[in-house]
Design a protein around this ligand. Structure first.
Ligand SMILES: Cc1cc2nc3c(=O)[nH]c(=O)nc-3n(C[C@H](O)[C@H](O)[C@H](O)COP(=O)(O)OP(=O)(O)OC[C@H]3O[C@@H](n4cnc5c(N)ncnc54)[C@H](O)[C@@H]3O)c2cc1C
Length: 479
């Protein structure tokens, strides 16, 4: 049986079992919050959570290139990392007419955060514009906001221009977890209208929110109509496919080619990029797009980010009527907690549901059950629903939750990381501003340099500790 037949058979089986379970579940809602709920049907190994276990990997429409670097080589620009930041930067460089580019990825394209995330392409940044105004100033906020709005249009344009099959759906709702959170949403709504002249959003009170979203948990919603949700792996692999066909004269992509070190050769003024501890790429310029690993492989920039873990599951596909009854307008949703849950319906009506998890080693079964219980707490009518996929991934965050994007003084090394849950959009902004800088215009990238991030230790154990303490602190604040 070929892969696609097997996938179709599996999908149909899941759809039928999902329908049966959901129908049963609706008949017997759980009312005892102390009972730990378990799915009636799990078709995935919950102790194996790598990127190949994701819903996206099982439903990919395009394949990653599979050629590993096995010789020394020279190039003009070397991009390290085959996620959205690296691949979009490659696309923008190629479209700007630049050639002699090499992109190296340690695994397959999309094996990092870009191929496994919640799929929410949202305007703005993790912190509100009010925060940016308070911490910096209104002028900086007024520069950052439109970059993020225009970036969503860029992604949409890429999808249309290259005909990428990644299931774009408009609309994301930020839902108030506590009554007082609605006040913050209301203030941000007013601020965006008055100071940023941004109007593509709607504010809903508790009752109107519950008419759209079949959950009793929330106290209102700020619904953004520019934002959207997509299948991120198909978007990423779709762009990669364009690079390896339309732009193959300008760029070469090597997968399974981990970089162990980047070093500047002071005599030649070039960079030596060591691959698999064996081969060397000699490059004029470097783009560090390896997420939180970037500052491990190149010591020439300071570390400002911490890796944080998220876990995600998808239910078995829901019958259309049930899917529509959960989220009537088919938006993606995130709640206002610091350690939030986020969810959306996928292209086959599975409910994709994610949230934060501890760092370092942790008990996967408990984390899975805790996430499943968050889901059922949100939608008690789904009690018992089956689970088709469960996976985890790391993303990077900064202390002030704003992105770390910049370049070195000699203008030869560019970096972008610390996107804190907004990387679908910010990776595209980063790609745009880095390529503008490389082609001579540093205006936009310099706005990000003004964010002045606090340095963080490179040591992984210390970072795990900081991240776990941070999650604990924020969970207590969320109570
Ligand atoms: C579970 C989860 C859910 C998320 N949900 C959302 C969401 O809904 N919306 C949103 O906007 N953002 C979300 N994010 C964040 C978003 O996915 C990231 O910010 C974004 O994908 C980062 O893109 P990137 O290309 O910079 O990094 P990555 O996608 O992580 O890519 C970096 C690449 O570099 C490669 N690499 C690492 N080290 C080396 C090396 N030494 N040599 C060569 N290659 C190397 C990695 O294998 C990887 O492929 C989520 C993240 C996670 C983990």
């Amino acid at each position: 049986m070929n892969n696609s037949t097997r996938r179709t058979l599996l999908k149909n089986t899941l759809a039928i079992s999902g329908a049966v379970i959901v129908t049963k579940a609706i008949a017997t809602p759980n009312t005892d919050k102390n009972v730990i709920l378990t799915p009636q049907n799990i078709t995935t190994d919950i102790t194996n959570t790598d990127s190949h276990q994701s819903f996206y990997y099982a439903n990919r429409k395009y394949e990653s290139p599979q050629n590993s670097l096995n010789r020394d080589i020279k190039c003009n620009i070397c991009i390290i990392g085959g996620g959205l930041t690296g691949i979009t930067t490659a696309l923008n460089l190629a479209r700007a007419g630049i050639s002699d580019i090499i992109l190296v990825e340690s695994d397959e394209i999309g094996s990092g955060a870009s191929g496994i995330n919640g799929g929410q392409l949202s305007v703005g940044y993790e912190e509100s514009m009010q925060y940016v105004i308070d911490k910096y100033d209104v002028d900086l906020a007024k520069k950052l906001w439109p970059l993020s709005v225009n970036s969503v249009s860029d992604v949409r344009r890429n999808i249309n221009t290259y005909g990428i099959d990644c299931h774009w759906i408009n609309g994301i709702g930020g839902v108030a977890y506590k009554p007082e959170d609605f006040e913050d949403l209301k203030n941000e709504y007013e601020l965006l209208k008055s100071t940023f002249n941004y109007h593509n959003m709607e504010l809903y009170n508790t009752k109107d929110t519950r008419d759209i979203l079949a959950s009793d948990l929330y106290h209102g919603m700020l619904y953004d109509k520019t934002s959207a949700h997509i299948n991120p792996l198909n978007y990423l692999l779709g762009i990669t496919n364009i690079l390896t066909t339309n732009f193959k004269q300008q760029i070469s992509i090597y997968t399974y080619s981990p970089v162990s070190n980047v070093e500047k050769n002071e005599q030649s003024d070039k960079f030596d990029v060591t691959i698999k501890d064996k081969f060397t790429i000699t490059a004029n310029k470097i783009i560090l797009a390896a997420n939180f690993s970037s500052t491990q492989i190149y010591q020439g920039i300071s570390n400002k980010t911490i890796a944080v873990r998220d876990i995600v599951l998808t239910t078995t596909p829901l019958p259309q009527t049930i899917a529509t009854s959960l989220i009537k307008n088919n938006m993606a949703v995130y709640d206002t907690r610091n350690v939030m849950n986020y969810y959306r319906l996928t292209e086959d009506n599975s409910l994709l549901f994610g949230g934060g998890a501890p760092q370092g080693s942790y008990d996967k079964k408990s984390a899975f059950l805790s996430l499943y219980n968050e889901l059922i707490n949100t939608f008690p009518q789904l009690q018992g629903v089956g689970v088709s996929h469960f996976w985890e991934g790391l993303e990077s965050t900064t202390v002030n939750k704003l992105p770390y994007i910049g370049y070195t003084e000699d203008k030869n090394v560019y970096y972008a990381q610390g996107f804190t849950g907004h990387g679908l959009n910010i990776s595209n902004i980063a790609a745009r501003v880095m390529v503008e800088a490389i082609t001579g215009d540093t205006t936009n990238i310099d706005f990000f340099k003004q964010l002045n991030h606090i340095s963080v230790p490179r040591n992984e154990t210390l970072q795990d500790l900081m991240s776990n303490l941070g999650v604990l602190y924020f969970k207590m604040k969320d109570w």
